[in-house]
Design a protein around this ligand. Structure first.
Ligand code: UN1
Length: 517
C-alpha cells in the first residue's frame, strides 16, 4: 500500500470493508473463487497497486449460474415486502460503511471523496426507494367483456438479471439495478468494470454478509470478473433473460444485438453528449456553477457530464468570461484531499483519448480558450491528471458530435429564438441529459415541450449531471432508450402476466364467438 493511501486511511477503509486479503475472485454460494488470470486493481490517484482480483472462466461462470438459479427458486417465493426487508438491511449496512466505501470508490476510480460519498448515498437512496416499492409492485385490474369474469395484471420476477457496469460509477449503478431487481424477486449476476474490480468485491462482501445473516443463499447476488469476454458469457446466455448494461454506445450496440438475437431483454444506459442552453434570461452565477460542476465533476467522466454550452449571442462574452474565470480557480490533484476539485482520469488510455480530442478540436477549426495538458511532477506521478479545457467550436464538428470521456467543454453560440438553441442541443446522436438556464417561463416550457429537448433528462436551472434516484434515469437515440432507477423503471425487471378468471358455470368466448358442442 502506498504512503498516500495510508495517509488518507485507505488501509483502514479496506479493513472496515473486510478486504484485507488481496486475492478476490468470482463469488457465488458463500465462497470466493476464480480460476482465470488475475487482473490488477490500481489507483489512478497515485498509480499504486491496490489488489489483484481473479477473473471468471467459463467453468466458474457455469457454477455461478447454477448457484444463481438455485437461489432464484428460493428467493422468488419469498413475499416481496420480506425481500424489501433484506434490501433495507443492505441499505443500513451501506449507511454504516458509507465512509470506507466512498473512500475506496474515490481511490480506485479517482473521483473526489465528496463524489465517492455521493455515490454511496445514491445506493442508500435506491435501497430506501426499493423498500417502499416492495409493497407497491402494482398491476392494473380491468373489466372483462364477459359476464362473471375478472381480469387483472400481475408482475412476476424474470429470473437472473445480468448487470454490466462501467468504471465511472463503480458501485451506484449496480445498486440501482440490483436493489430493484431484488425486490422484484430476481437474482443478479454482476460484472463490474475491470478497471474498478475491488469496488465490486467490496459491494459483494457487504451483501453477502446481509444474506448470510438472513440465512439466504449468496447466489441471490453473484459477482463475476473480467473483460468483455466475461460479459459475453451473459449476453449470449439464454438462462439470463435480462441484461442491464451501462457504458459506451459501441458496447451497447454489441450487447443489444447479442441479447436481441436470442430475444432476451436489455436495458441500455449509454453515452451522452449533454448540453446546457444559456438564454438571455439566464442567471449567470447559477449557470457558472452548473456548467463547471457538470464539465469537470468526476473529471468529465459521467455519462451526464456537460460537454456543450449553447449560449445566446447577447450573453456569449459574459458567460464565456465567467466560465473561463472559474476554470482558473480549479484545483487539480489527489481527489482524497478535499481541497481539490478535479481528480485524475481513470487510466492512460483515457488520457490518450483526451489528448486526441484536444488535437482534433484544433484540427477541425475550434478555438482553444482554456489550454489542456497532462500534468506531471510531484503528486501527478500516475500520469492520469489532466487540465480541464475549453474550446469554442461548432456543433457540426466531428469531435463535438463525439462523446469524449474527459473534461473538454465546447462553447457554441446561438442567435434568435430558443428554438435555434434547442435544434443545436438536439443535433447530436446521443440523447441523455440536457438543461436550460433561464428565468423566462416561455423559454423553459418550450424546452420541456414535445417540440423541445429530445433527451431522457431535461432540466431547468440545474446542470446536466447529478440526477436524483427517484426519477427514471436514461436517454434516447444512441443513449439506448433504457430507464434505470426510480419511477416505474422496476417494470423492466419483471415479466407481465394478464389473468382472466371465470367464476360462472358457463364458458362464453371473447368477441362473442359461438362454438357449441
Ligand atoms: C453515469 O454517469 O453513468 O446523474 C451515471 C448523475 C448521477 C449518475 C450518473 N446521478 O450524474
Amino acid at each position: 500500500m502506498s504512503t498516500l493511501a495510508k495517509e488518507f486511511g485507505i488501509d483502514k477503509a479496506l479493513a472496515q470493508l473486510g478486504l484485507q486479503e488481496t486475492n478476490h475472485g468470482t463469488s457465488t454460494g458463500n465462497q470466493h473463487f476464480g480460476s482465470g488470470p488475475e487482473i490488477k486493481s490500481s489507483s489512478p490517484v497515485d498509480g499504486a497497486a491496490i489488489a489483484k482480483v481473479t477473473t471468471t472462466t467459463q467453468e466458474d461462470y457455469e457454477k455461478v449460474i447454477a448457484s444463481a438459479k438455485a437461489a432464484f427458486m428460493e428467493w422468488r417465493v419469498i413475499p416481496a415486502p420480506q425481500r424489501g426487508e433484506v434490501v433495507r438491511q443492505f441499505g443500513e449496512e451501506l449507511r454504516r460503511l458509507k465512509e470506507p466505501l466512498g473512500k475506496l470508490v474515490s481511490y480506485e476510480m479517482g473521483k473526489s471523496y465528496q463524489e465517492g460519498l455521493g455515490e454511496v448515498q445514491e445506493m442508500i437512496d435506491i435501497c430506501d426507494f426499493a423498500v417502499g416499492l416492495s409493497r407497491q409492485l402494482h398491476g392494473l385490474t380491468m373489466h372483462s367483456e364477459r359476464p362473471g369474469h375478472r381480469m387483472y395484471e400481475q408482475y412476476h420476477p424474470l429470473g437472473i438479471v445480468g448487470i454490466i457496469s462501467a468504471f465511472n460509477f463503480p458501485v451506484a449503478v449496480w445498486a440501482w439495478n440490483t436493489a430493484l431487481a431484488w425486490v422484484c424477486g430476481d437474482v443478479c449476476v454482476w460484472k463490474p468494470s475491470e478497471k474498478t474490480p475491488l469496488c465490486g468485491v467490496a459491494c459483494q462482501q457487504i451483501i453477502a454478509g446481509v444474506l448470510k445473516k438472513n440465512n439466504l443463499p449468496e447466489g441471490i447476488s453473484c459477482l463475476i470478473n473480467g473483460d468483455y469476454k466475461v460479459g459475453e458469457m451473459m449476453t449470449t446466455d439464454k438462462r439470463v433473460p435480462m441484461v442491464s448494461a451501462t457504458g459506451s454506445t459501441r458496447m451497447g450496440r454489441i450487447v443489444a444485438s447479442t441479447v436481441g438475437e436470442r430475444l432476451g431483454k436489455s436495458l441500455l444506459e449509454l453515452g451522452g453528449n449533454n448540453a446546457i442552453i444559456v438564454t438571455p434570461d439566464a442567471d449567470i452565477k447559477m449557470t457558472v456553477i452548473g456548467a463547471v460542476f457538470g464539465a469537470v465533476g468526476t473529471a468529465g467522466q459521467r455519462c451526464t457530464s456537460t460537454r456543450r454550452i449553447i449560449i445566446h449571442e447577447k450573453m456569449y462574452d459574459k458567460v464565456k468570461d465567467a466560465i473561463v474565470d472559474a476554470y482558473q480557480q480549479l484545483k487539480i490533484g489527489n481527489p482524497l484531499d478535499e481541497n481539490n476539485h478535479v481528480g485524475p482520469l481513470i487510466d492512460q488510455d483515457a488520457v490518450k483519448n483526451y489528448q486526441k480530442a484536444l488535437k482534433d478540436v484544433v484540427d477541425q477549426g475550434g478555438n482553444i480558450l482554456v489550454e489542456g495538458g497532462v500534468l506531471s511532477g510531484q503528486g501527478f506521478e500516475s500520469g492520469c491528471y489532466v487540465k480541464p479545457a475549453i474550446a469554442e467550436a461548432s456543433n457540426d464538428m466531428a469531435i463535438v458530435q463525439h462523446e469524449t470521456f474527459a473534461p473538454v467543454l465546447y462553447l457554441l453560440k446561438y442567435k434568435g429564438d430558443v428554438e435555434n438553441a434547442i435544434e443545436i442541443q438536439n443535433g447530436v446522436d446521443q440523447g441523455l441529459s440536457s438543461a436550460i438556464m433561464t428565468n423566462n417561463l416561455r423559454e423553459a416550457e418550450r424546452f420541456l415541450s414535445h417540440a423541445g429537448s429530445d433527451c431522457g433528462i431535461a432540466n431547468v436551472n440545474i446542470g446536466t449531471s447529478g440526477a436524483e434516484i427517484g426519477g427514471a434515469f436514461g436517454g434516447e437515440k444512441d443513449t439506448g432508450g433504457g430507464r434505470e432507477s426510480g419511477s416505474d423503471a422496476w417494470k423492466v425487471y419483471m415479466r407481465r402476466q394478464t389473468n382472466t378468471i371465470n367464476y360462472t358455470t358457463e364458458l362464453p368466448l371473447a368477441q362473442g364467438i359461438k362454438f357449441d358442442l
